[in-house]
Design a protein around this ligand. Structure first.
Ligand SMILES: [Zn+2]
Length: 854
């Protein structure tokens, strides 16, 4: 899956606390094939079906247990003999018991079943637009069992024959191609699909509704379609181009051809995740697939990434699947790493490596919490499995894979990937299978490096001492943003450390036993994370730091500059040095010509204002004055009509930062641009429209609010709609903040989006004091909107709080108002609040002193 992309960095992570009982199926029965016949009844929100499961029993048995949840099973036979069905809802299982033991060997299990088409975005569920109701599926991780009785574990792979009977006017899309479509009575038709290859239940998909799939083409002999509801079909062409490119690219990269008879990419109006890699029928949240020709580059970059991610899963995940959810990273880490590699290869001009460096910085911070988890972690219950979809399985695992590729070299790594996939086609694999394949292909100790990162929690920090006789002493430790008071224990990662100095990168394996790394004595500087591919923080001596800053603009690449600033800020948060030193460094790099670098420094300065200066309006005002004085000349230099991607982005970023810092000219211009937009006049600078509306909203009136709300309800563009909804959260008038909160849970916002509005209101310093009491007081309404992932997201949003009072309220409120699958998110949020409280206490006086001197 791809996680939702939001403008928030709500990190959820963490700690395996409870030892909930395992919910695994008995190992006696192994499914080989399912023949499924399903008839949805959309007006009554129900479905019925029959299935024949060919399975093999390892030993004679009187009972067969499989997964079923919110289903009824009126009839069940095995080899023609009737059985009695009983349910264990806590285990999400059904057991069929027979009068006489069934023999070992092949058994034919025949079941009939009925179920509900729910509105919770999981299993077989309903999605509504103004003109139709669709019935669609989302099974990962453990929700196929809500749609048909099945052996719902990733290693229990089988082939599937699927037949659906639906209304005459409805289209059905499933994993494979249609082999028969015949009328059934006056009002229905029955659609039969080709047999699938062996695959896991969580990858089965069937979608019923009025879809427009007119965007179609082919690549490497495979027909590809991009489908949406008809009114959005004009937004599908970009994704089709991307999919055509990636299919050919992956066929070559993996050295294994895409195995399905066709590929469909389908946008679903109501969708919880970002996208889902169902084999041959990939489903998407509309904003992650549909994009207008006129849309900005960032929207296109996002669609390209998500399409590349899900298509990579057709190999990594669908053809070769993790043995169990504890190794989810084998799916998600790989797809996360591959999405930017493939999209970057397609569009080298779109600077994907810069975004990767920014993501890496965020992941390192997430993983530097005391409550982080290991990449491979216990996950037995559905709630624990749901919590595996986090920044560790995606971001950290993806970064570790990128570090290995950078170390062994891209072609050797590609060979190792091919060997791993080829050895486990249509089967399952573990972490060991992956790193053993890489070890034997590269002849390097990849197993040693990967096992230390996959099975150890947290982030290493390398601390360098002064160079002596061509050697730089190095020490390894575990890095925490908020170090624990007790001893952190021995750090013993084996890390490929790639140095850059006088020459191009040279890599050394560093462990806790390594005293030093060699360095040419005449190197003017060295940077210990070449290409910013290493998964670690670095602490330098003051002299080494000075040399890097002096060389930064010419000697470091953009990803390295982003990583360098990220390291310095993380070390400041940990307690090394004062916030004043960091601000001096940030301002020394303020003229950096790259937009991503500027974005990361401006973002960090804004976070200093919101966190360290949270309690002092005076400090915030002074910091705003510094921002205006330092960045106004840079903004002026760029000019009002910049050309080139970086200059255009920087123009918008600086306009936003100056506006938020209260620059009167910028605020006046933002008001004027907004007025032009709403009076249908062409604004002077169309690149500044979005940011101007957002700035104007901060002091916006009710009339302006109503206009935005109205616009959001009328637009048919899903990307624009979510942008407008997010602008509602920029209003600061308390009455309007309350209106947004109420609106989020009014039923008028899709529940895939409603929690995002609440999370933003909780996240923002200016609106938190209204949003948090409101969420608690309105909990019945709020919790009714929550789905599996959004509950964790909402709990995670409280991690941006920064006071002891709020911390205690969060702990006590969620202790009595349990949120499903949010245990780790809560632990992580509390840890994050603690870290912020400590940061504020430590650095507030330092900030005060620094501001007084400026
Ligand atoms: Zn994924």
């Amino acid at each position: 899956m791809t996680l939702r992309s939001t403008t928030l960095s709500i990190a959820h992570v963490l700690i395996a606390v409870s030892a909930a009982s395992a919910q695994r199926l008995p190992s006696n029965a192994r499914p080989e094939h399912y023949a499924l016949v399903i008839t949805p009844d959309i007006p009554s929100a129900t479905f019925s079906g029959t299935e024949i499961i060919d399975l093999t029993l390892a030993a004679p048995a009187k009972a067969i247990t499989l997964n079923a949840l919110e289903l009824k099973i009126p009839t069940a036979t095995a080899n023609g003999k009737p059985g009695t069905v009983s349910f264990d809802p806590a285990k999400e299982q059904a057991t069929i018991t027979f009068a006489d033991a069934l023999p070992a060997g092949p058994v034919v299990l025949k079941l009939s079943f009925t179920g509900i088409l729910n509105d919770k975005l999981r299993g077989f569920y309903l999605s509504k637009t103004a003109t139709q109701t669709l019935a669609v599926t989302q099974f990962e991780s453990t929700d196929a069992r809500r749609a048909f009785p099945c052996f719902d574990e990733p290693a229990l792979k089988a082939t599937f024959d699927l037949t659906l009977t639906v209304d005459k006017a409805a289209t059905v899309i499933a994993n494979t191609n249609v082999v028969q479509d015949k009328p059934t009575g006056e009002t229905k038709h029955t659609v039969t699909f080709a047999r699938t290859p062996r695959m896991s239940t969580y990858l089965v998909a069937y979608l019923v509704g009025n879809f427009d799939c007119s965007a179609h083409g082919e690549a490497d002999g495979i027909p590809i379609r991009v489908c949406s509801t008809p009114e959005k079909a004009k937004l599908t062409h970009f994704a089709l181009d991307a999919a055509k490119h990636f299919l050919t690219y992956y066929d070559q990269y993996f050295g294994i051809k895409y195995p399905m008879p066709k590929l469909d990419l389908i946008a679903i109006p109501d969708f919880e995740a970002g996208a889902m890699e169902n084999f041959g029928a990939i489903t998407y949240r509309e904003t992650d697939l549909l994009v207008d020709d006129e849309d900005g580059l960032n929207a296109k970059k996002n669609v390209a990434s998500v399409v590349a991610h899900e298509m990579a899963h057709q190999w990594f995940g669908d053809m070769v699947t993790m043995q169990w959810w504890d190794n989810l990273w084998l799916n998600e880490g790989f797809a996360t790493w591959m999405q930017d590699k493939a999209a970057g290869e397609w569009h080298p001009d779109w600077n994907y490596p810069q975004g990767v460096a920014t993501e890496l910085d965020g992941t390192l911070n997430t993983d530097a919490s005391r409550t982080t988890r290991t990449i491979r972690a216990t996950a037995d219950t559905p709630a624990q499995i749901a919590e595996m979809f986090d920044g560790i399985a995606y971001g950290k695992a993806g970064a570790v894979i990128g570090m290995i590729e950078n170390w062994v070299g891209p072609e050797v790594f590609r060979q190792g990937v091919h060997n791993y996939l080829a050895a486990h086609l249509y089967a399952n694999a573990t972490a060991e299978d992956f790193w053993n394949a890489q070890t034997s292909t590269s002849k390097q100790p990849v197993d040693k490096v990967m096992s230390s990162f996959i099975d150890k929690p947290g982030v290493p920090v390398l601390t360098f001492a002064s160079q002596k006789a061509g050697k730089v002493p190095v020490a390894e430790a575990r890095f925490y943003l908020d170090p624990p008071t007790n001893s952190p224990g021995k750090a013993d990662w084996t890390i490929p450390v790639c140095l850059k100095g006088a020459t191009t990168q040279v890599c050394h394996l560093v462990s806790s036993e390594t005293p030093s790394v060699p360095l040419a004595p005449d190197a003017p500087f060295f940077y210990a994370n070449a290409a910013q591919k290493g998964y670690y923080r670095v602490s330098y001596t003051p002299e080494q730091l000075k040399a890097i800053v002096a060389a930064a603009e010419t000697g470091l690449t953009v990803p390295e500059r982003i990583g360098f600033i990220g390291d310095r800020w993380a070390l400041t948060r940990e307690g090394q040095g004062s916030v004043g030193d960091f601000l001096d460094l940030a301002l020394a790099l303020k003229a950096d010509p790259n937009a991503e670098v500027l974005d990361s420094t401006l973002g960090t300065i804004a976070s200093i204002r919101d966190r360290i200066a949270a309690d002092s309006a005076d400090d915030r005002a002074k910091l705003n004055a510094v921002i205006r004085a330092q960045y106004r000349p840079i903004y002026n230099n760029i000019g009002s009509a910049p050309s080139g991607f970086d200059a255009q982005q920087m123009h918008v970023q600086l306009f936003g930062a100056l506006g938020e810092a209260g620059d009167p000219e910028v605020l006046e211009e933002a008001r004027a641009i907004t007025q032009d937009v709403f009076s249908q006049k062409k604004p002077a600078d169309s690149g500044l429209v979005d940011i101007s509306i957002a700035l104007a909203a901060a002091s916006g009136t009710e009339e302006f609010y109503n206009a935005i709300l109205d616009f959001s309800q009328k637009t048919a563009d899903p990307g624009l709609q979510i942008e407008l909804l997010q602008i509602l959260t920029r209003f600061r008038d308390p009455a309007l903040v309350k209106r947004t909160l109420e609106y989020a849970v009014s039923g008028k916002v899709r529940n895939q989006d409603s929690w995002i509005l609440l999370a933003i209101e909780l996240n923002q310093r200016e609106t938190r004091s209204i949003a948090w009491p409101w969420v608690q007081a309105s909990w019945d309404k709020v919790s009714a909107q929550l789905t599996t992932a959004s509950g964790a997201g909402l709990v995670g949003a409280t991690g941006s709080f920064c006071s002891v009072d709020e911390r205690n309220q969060v702990a006590s409120f969620f202790a009595t108002h349990k949120v499903d699958a949010a245990e780790r998110s809560l632990a992580k949020a509390l840890d994050s609040i603690d870290a912020c409280i400590r940061l504020k206490q430590t650095q507030e006086p330092n900030l005060h002193t620094w501001l007084a001197a400026h």
